[in-house]
Ligand binder design. Structure first.
Ligand code: BDR
Ligand code: CA
Length: 320
């Protein structure tokens, strides 16, 4: 009999506007059991991301999911102040959430991940939607970690499209290229969800209004949180739409859809300090006749998901 029990998921995030929607989806999806969250600096500081996560969980009525603080600084450089022009000064579009009663977990994000990997050995799924610093530290602290992880889904990189923080680099990878390289080099199954596909799936202003119209404070707040983010994307899309970077990764981690194109190919990260810093170089040679897996490669790069992702995402959250 196939195992239909919910997938235990450890979420590593830099909450974050789109991280917030990914979190909401994970809470709403019956396919997922969110068992812990670790935060990392990226869109905002790790501490602010933890504050945002605790407040969002509280507003959603989930007060028992541990939230642990992760790395403030990255492997080869200090935290640079985040992206207030994209995610707002507080990371969640300047929306003031009621302060949660729950406290941050006393463990570090690394310790939480390692503990959960024992508790859910062989079943735990890791979903990384921020810079991958905590994951790299966890791999260093416990090299046996991959053996207890069922799979990793990571939002990051740009395989065949331009970057979003430099001409060639995507933000999560650029913010800690060494950490992304460590995640990709470890001996586990990785689903990399790059800009190639996350920019193709969008949340519309109409869908934001659906969230806003919901009477539940948590869902209403999601609609508010996305207001500025749609302003940010206006010049790119020519209308009020938002890319669904982290939510798409969450939907794929939940197994809601099977990617249409996702070959297993080698991916290396440029960890240098030149113009290529943070570039994810995916070996997609010879793929003209369709996706072709390379022998022995455990990283699949998602290049297309021909499914109604935003409809599924919003419907799942509204139905929860
Ligand atoms: C990624 O960077 C962050 O700004 C988003 O939350 C997402 O994880 C997109 O490049
Ligand atoms: Ca993120």
């Amino acid at each position: 009999m196939p195992d239909t029990s919910p997938i235990p998921v450890y979420l590593d995030c830099d909450t974050g506007v789109d991280d917030s929607l990914a979190l909401a989806y994970l809470l709403a999806s019956p396919a997922v059991d969110l068992v812990g969250v670790g935060t990392v600096s990226g869109n905002t500081s790790a501490a602010q991301a933890a504050r945002n996560t605790l407040d969002l969980l509280d507003l959603a009525g989930h007060t028992r999911i541990p939230v642990a603080l992760g790395s403030h600084d990255h492997l080869d450089h200090p935290y640079d102040g985040g992206a207030p022009h994209v995610h707002g000064e507080n990371g969640i579009g300047e929306v003031d959430l009621p302060r949660a009663g729950a406290e941050i977990d006393p463990r570090t994000a690394v310790q939480l991940l390692i503990d959960l990997s024992h508790e859910y050995a062989g079943r735990l799924h890791v979903l990384a939607i921020g810079p991958m610093t905590n994951i790299a530290h966890a791999l260093e602290a416990d090299p046996s970690l991959p053996g207890r992880i069922a799979g990793v889904t990571a939002m990051g990189g740009a395989a065949m499209v331009p970057g979003n923080i430099s001409p060639v680099a995507e933000a999560n990878v650029y913010n800690d290229p060494q950490a992304a390289a460590a995640l990709l080099a470890a001996d586990w199954d990785v689903t990399l969800v790059p800009l190639d596909v996350t920019l193709e799936h969008t949340l519309s202003e109409q869908q934001r209004q659906q969230l806003l119209a919901d009477e539940r404070p948590f869902v209403h707040a999601l609609g508010e949180i996305f207001d500025q983010y749609l302003d940010f994307y206006l010049p790119q899309y020519g209308e009020r739409l938002s890319a669904l970077h982290d939510p798409l990764a969450a939907v794929l981690a939940a197994g809601a859809f099977t990617p249409t194109i996702a070959p297993r190919v080698p991916v290396v990260v440029d960890t240098g300090t030149g113009p290529g810093r943070g570039q994810t170089i995916a070996d997609l040679r010879g793929q003209r006749l369709g996706p072709r897996d390379h022998d022995g490669i455990r990283t699949r790069v998602v290049l297309a998901v021909d499914e109604p992702v935003s409809e599924h995402l919003v419907a799942t959250i509204l139905a929860a």
